[in-house]
Write a protein that binds this ligand. Structure first.
Ligand code: CP3
Length: 363
């Protein structure tokens, strides 16, 4: 238990049979026996779905994240269509940063763009601490969703300090994260001040979601794989640990891309589940993460563009390798690509369920 003022409490005691806390997804996160391997997809809400594109045709991205009725509808779409084992809140990692007072926009075809990038100590002070009132639309959307979803768990999420810092320092998406690294190596004190402030914002944002009723959270450190393990431990791990260790009551998933060398450290940050991209087989990943954590992953999203027999063989391989872990949540190794045929996603869900429950029948 933490001593935070928001009064976050462990919710295990509330778990009624059949409720979200007893769902295959939450059971797998907690390394408990499951009736079938649970499956959901990063970026399942959006992109590939025509019903999503229809809604978004007339509403800019950030605005859609601030309208609870749209957040609720978009979050539910992939649950209805694919029968996934969990919903993920429709939002974006920059939503809390915008709520903290940073002028930014999400530009179609580009991603988040920051009007005045963060480069100095005075800039860091522009990132205000947030309260529930700053993100009341998220609180409201989560409360609506928990009612609508019934027994299906809702995953809340936030961006981790390094990945958020990258957007803020670069001013937008970056391949190399060169300005971010220049600040990190060039002014260690400023770097830690920036990440400590971002950790505060992220922690507050995740606590709002937990209080409103999400069943699990995922911390996205999508771009942490740009760092060596030594630099990750020195510059990033303390801040991600501050976030994950400040949360109680729900399973915590920690995910990044290209993080083969960081999997052990990302688990140490305080995760219950470590997300793995497609580069590391799940049995190898489990060896690095340790037997006290579940894994999530790790189908290459591009495989979904291949003929079905290829997809099927990859799903079988991943389920097999996932058996080495004490808990496995099936997912992609990164987000759904926009050009993915949604019917293939639906087939993957059915296949994962079929193959994993057949195995359970056989004991
Ligand atoms: O993909 C990841 O690595 C996950 C973490 C992450 C999110 N947003 C979470 C998210 C990252 C790195 C971002 C930044 C971002 N935001 C980008 C990437 C730019 C880059 O650097 O390459 C983009 C394109 C956006 C804007 C954005 N976010 C759009 C247009 C959408 C809606 C539909 C879509 O998926 O394209 C989002 C939604 C979004 N961002 C979700 C999440 C978890 C929605 C929920 C879900 O996963 O279904």
């Amino acid at each position: 238990m933490t001593t935070d003022t928001t009064g976050t409490v462990a919710r295990d005691g509330d778990s009624r049979p059949g409720g979200p806390a007893d769902s295959p997804f939450i059971r797998a996160c907690r390394r408990r026996p499951v009736p079938h391997t649970p499956v959901w997809f990063m970026r399942q809400a959006g992109r590939s779905l025509p019903e999503y594109r229809e809604i978004r045709a007339s509403v800019p991205m950030l605005e859609s994240c601030r309208r609870p009725e749209l957040v609720t509808e978009i979050t539910l779409q992939p649950v209805r269509r694919h029968g996934v084992d969990a919903a993920i809140l429709f939002s974006d990692i920059v939503v809390p940063v915008a709520a903290a007072g940073i002028d930014l926009d999400i530009v179609p075809g580009t991603g988040p763009v920051v009007a005045e990038p963060i480069r100095t100590a005075a800039d860091v002070e522009r990132i205000r601490r947030i309260t529930r009132d700053d993100v009341s639309y998220v609180d409201e959307a989560v409360r609506q969703l928990v009612v609508e979803l019934g027994d299906t768990p809702l995953i809340g999420f936030a961006g981790a300090p390094f990945t958020l810092a990258s957007y803020l320092v670069e001013g937008g998406p970056s391949r190399t994260h060169a300005k971010t690294k220049a600040l990190m190596y060039g002014d260690e004190e400023l770097w830690h001040a920036l990440c400590a402030r971002l950790a505060e914002v992220t922690l507050a944002f995740l606590r709002v979601q937990i209080e409103a009723g999400v069943s699990a959270v995922q911390l996205f450190d999508s771009w942490a794989g740009a760092l060596s393990e030594a630099d990750y431990r020195r510059f990033v791990l303390p801040h991600s640990t501050a976030v994950l260790s400040g949360l109680a009551g729900v399973p915590r998933i920690h995910f990044g891309v290209g993080t083969a060398e960081l999997l052990g450290a990302m688990g140490e940050a305080g995760a219950d589940v470590v997300g793995v991209d497609w580069r590391t087989p799940l049995d190898v990943a489990t060896g690095r993460i340790g037997a006290d954590k579940a894994v999530q992953g790790n189908l290459d999203p591009s495989v979904l563009l291949a003929p079905w027999p290829v997809v099927e063989a990859e799903v079988r391989r991943i389920l097999e390798q996932g058996r080495a872990a004490p808990g496995h949540v099936f997912n992609l190794g990164h987000g759904v690509l926009p050009e993915t045929d949604p019917e293939v996603l639906t087939r993957v869900v059915a296949l994962v369920h079929e193959l994993s429950s057949r195995r359970a029948d056989q004991g």
